[in-house]
Design a binder for this molecule. Structure first.
Ligand SMILES: *Cc1c(COP(=O)(O)O)cnc(C)c1O
Length: 351
């Protein structure tokens, strides 16, 4: 069965060998305070920086999930207002978690086809952070990287935090344009679930130190202090970090992946534009995601296409949240291979 679910998603086929290696090399039993772990974590971080073009002075930290990053942020990087801009379920959840801890959190809800206009945001002197879901996995929209750059230019003072759970390692992202990026690895990294990464700018680190929040196991300062020694604040997912290292070693530069992913996305959109009885979920080309393709239809048509695809050995991604029954999604993640993508194209063409 080929899975087109946008998370957990298809893992790289090379993982079978990597898992065997991890077992044979004794990785599964190493202590997270050992020299072997510190070397491994250091290499994984270094490779991520190289392959994803993350500036040297940014800090990469390991956590358990993207959801955990939602919570760490208001805990450790805010004492007041954050402005959350979103159009879908993941952005909304992030806002709700932030609001629970910092009721000063403000929500700016966009329509699915609406572009984010930096100059129109209610950002003022008191705004400490702007929070953007760059790739909204639930409704297959994205905030284009150029818009993040514009946002940075428009608002040099507040921290900018970006959820890139379903785009990091899939498309090129201008990391220097924001301060707090996070993702989990079961999407574009082509890895099994159970590991998250946070990428912080020097400015975010300085702010974290100024606020000095501590006492929680996942207080950002605690995570940061440990990673300075290539260690972690908890006994981490060592296997996940090992697999991350192996995958980062294997993948080409992010520009190459970016180009392939975008070409594949353009083909999906062209082919599905007039595909009866369906419609593209996102009409506005400027906000269509490159890594998650959304298709809508009647409940019956969606159920039928999913059943038929399954009979052909393919799992289409279910809709998410309120869109569960009236949409399906196609992951356009780098670990999917050309022959698998071809198979789905052929199935849909003949449909
Ligand atoms: C999947 C996803 C999350 C949640 O990831 P977890 O690893 O389950 O915490 C958050 N944000 C976006 C945009 C996602 O796609």
């Amino acid at each position: 069965m080929i899975t087109f679910f946008p998370g957990p998603s298809k893992v790289y086929p090379q993982l079978g060998g990597f898992l065997q290696d991890a077992f044979q090399q004794g990785i599964l039993s190493i202590s997270h305070r050992s020299e072997a772990f510190m070397t491994l974590a250091g290499e994984a971080i270094q490779l991520m920086k190289e392959k994803l073009e993350i500036p040297r002075d940014y800090t990469i930290m390991f956590v358990n999930s993207a959801t955990e990053s939602w919570e760490i942020l208001p805990q450790s990087l805010l004492t007041g207002e954050s402005v959350h801009v979103y159009s879908g379920s993941f952005g909304e959840k992030w806002y709700q978690y932030a609001y629970h801890i910092r009721p000063e959190a403000k929500a700016v809800v966009l329509e699915i086809d609406q572009e984010l206009k930096p100059e129109e945001l209610p950002v003022g002197e008191q705004t400490q952070m702007i929070c953007i879901t760059q790739n909204e996995t639930s409704n297959a929209t994205q905030v284009r990287p150029e818009v993040l750059q514009k946002l940075r230019n428009q608002y040099p003072n507040p921290l900018i935090a970006v959820d890139v759970t379903s785009s990091l390692a899939g498309i090129y992202l201008p990391i220097e344009a924001a301060d707090y990026w996070y993702a989990s690895v079961q999407k574009c990294f082509g890895l099994p679930a159970g590991l998250g990464v946070i990428i912080c700018s020097p400015k975010a680190v300085a702010r974290m130190q100024e606020i000095g929040e501590k006492g929680r196991y996942n207080s950002l300062g605690n995570i940061y202090d440990n990673i300075q020694k290539n260690q972690t604040h908890i006994t981490p997912n060592v296997l996940g970090i090992y697999l991350l290292k192996r995958v980062m070693e294997m993948v080409p530069s992010i520009h190459e992946t970016d180009q392939r992913v975008k070409e594949q996305a353009a083909r999906w959109y062209t082919e599905l534009e007039d595909k009866q009885p369906f419609e593209l979920l996102v009409q506005n080309k400027a906000v269509r995601s490159d890594t998650v393709i959304g298709i809508k239809g009647s409940k019956e048509d969606i159920a039928t296409v999913k059943t038929k695809a399954k009979a052909h050995g393919m799992l289409l991604g279910a809709g998410y949240g309120g869109l569960k029954e009236t949409t399906f999604r196609i992951a356009n993640f780098p670990a999917l291979e050309a022959f698998e993508i071809e198979q789905l194209h052929e199935f849909l063409k003949a449909y």
